[in-house]
Design a protein around this ligand. Structure first.
Ligand code: AMP
Ligand code: TRP
Length: 342
């Protein structure tokens, strides 16, 4: 249980560990998303009460296609359910169905500063060299802070690239509390030590990404098995032969981490298992392991995707529960900030 932050209020007494995470509905999710985040959403379902949100409002902060937004949102929800999220064990919902997120972002924007938002590396990366940069891209991390803080979140399972955004969410909460009195719980990022940053298979100096990576170097969770195998077998390595992590061995180090996760071993165990084996055998084995790792997820995904009515039912029930919790926090935030009550 996290520190008491709403001292004296009845809501504190009943608090169980709250888990919250968000994922964008941008195209198909990839192996990096799966290893860095999604598989931890699954295990974190039983820590207390867990909320998982498909953050469609975030996805409109850069150029997007309105004709595919709805389908992409359902694809992402189906991927999460296929990975093992269960509606009885967690709340899965779509951000735009819960107005408290936008309202909370506006309210918390009062304690976020222009300077700190300007320092966000994701904003710098995504805005660099662009002629037109949306206001939403700039305030993106404030909406993310609202997502998290509205659920009294203790733990946020994310990949390594979200570290700075999580730090900002904590700072916003802290600043709010010192200005308006203890109100918001301080969340902790839960970043995996193995697989927190999966790299592109064709360019292992870049993280795997559907928007910034190479198509051949990005394994999609729902890629057909032959495609998965081909992408892994053709992963770029180096001119050495030892299956070990180290300087100049980003490609092989990436495959070692992927192999470790896919076979449930540590990276050290993978290294010693391939002592003296050479890259060829190793790559063939990693390809096979990842194919088997993703196979059941892809199969469940295809089933779930064939039944959009079921998906819609799950998401409406999720939105209802999410509105209950986040609406109460927005009411409290407004009260603390001095707004007149209705
Ligand atoms: P996104 O698709 O950007 O919403 O990311 C969803 C989750 O996947 C976030 O928690 C990210 O930190 C995580 N993630 C994204 N790319 C990677 C990657 N290459 N390796 C590990 N985790 C990642
Ligand atoms: N910014 C996150 C990403 O790109 C997505 C996100 C939005 C998120 N809101 C969140 C992650 C709240 C964790 C908690 O991956």
């Amino acid at each position: 249980m996290g520190p008491k932050s709403r001292a004296g209020l009845a809501t504190v007494a009943a608090h169980m560990t709250r888990v919250f995470s968000g994922i964008q509905p941008t195209g198909q999710k990839h192996l990096g998303n799966y290893i860095g985040a999604i598989r931890h959403y699954v295990t974190d379902q039983d820590l207390g009460e867990a909320f998982y949100c498909v953050v469609d409002l975030h996805s409109i902060s850069v150029a997007y296609d309105r004709d595919t937004l709805a389908e992409n949102t359902l694809d992402t929800a189906a991927t999460l359910l296929a990975a093992g999220l269960e509606p009885d064990r967690c709340t899965l919902f779509v951000q735009s169905h819960v107005p408290a997120h936008s309202e909370g972002a506006w309210l918390l924007g009062a304690v976020a500063s222009f300077g700190e938002l300007s320092r966000m590396t994701q904003f710098k990366d995504k805005s660099e060299g662009r002629e037109s940069v949306s206001v939403d891209l700039f305030t993106y991390p404030v909406l993310q802070a609202a997502d998290i803080l509205l659920y009294d979140t203790d733990r946020v399972p994310v990949g390594d690239d979200q570290r700075q955004h999580l730090e900002l969410a904590r700072n916003i909460a802290q600043r709010f509390n010192s200005r308006y009195g203890e109100t918001l719980r301080l969340p902790e990022a839960a970043i995996p030590s193995t697989g927190g940053r999966v790299m592109d298979l064709q360019d292992p100096t870049r993280k795997m990404s559907t928007t910034g990576g190479t198509p051949g170097g990005t394994v999609l969770v729902v890629d057909p098995p032959e495609t998965v195998a081909k992408k892994l077998r053709s992963a770029v390595t180096d001119s050495g032969r030892e299956v070990r992590r180290g300087e100049g061995k980003e490609g092989i180090a990436n495959l070692i981490e992927i192999a470790a996760v896919a076979t449930g071993r540590s990276a050290e165990e993978v290294e010693s298992a391939y002592d003296g084996a050479g890259y060829g055998q190793f790559k063939t084995d990693v390809a096979e392991a990842v194919v088997e790792y993703l196979r059941p997820v892809r199969e469940r995904y295809l089933e779930l995707r064939a039944d959009p009515a079921h998906l819609q039912t799950v998401l409406s029930a999720g939105a209802e529960r999410a509105r209950e919790v986040s609406g109460a926090t927005v009411t409290l935030i407004k009260e603390r900030m001095g707004f007149v009550s209705e």
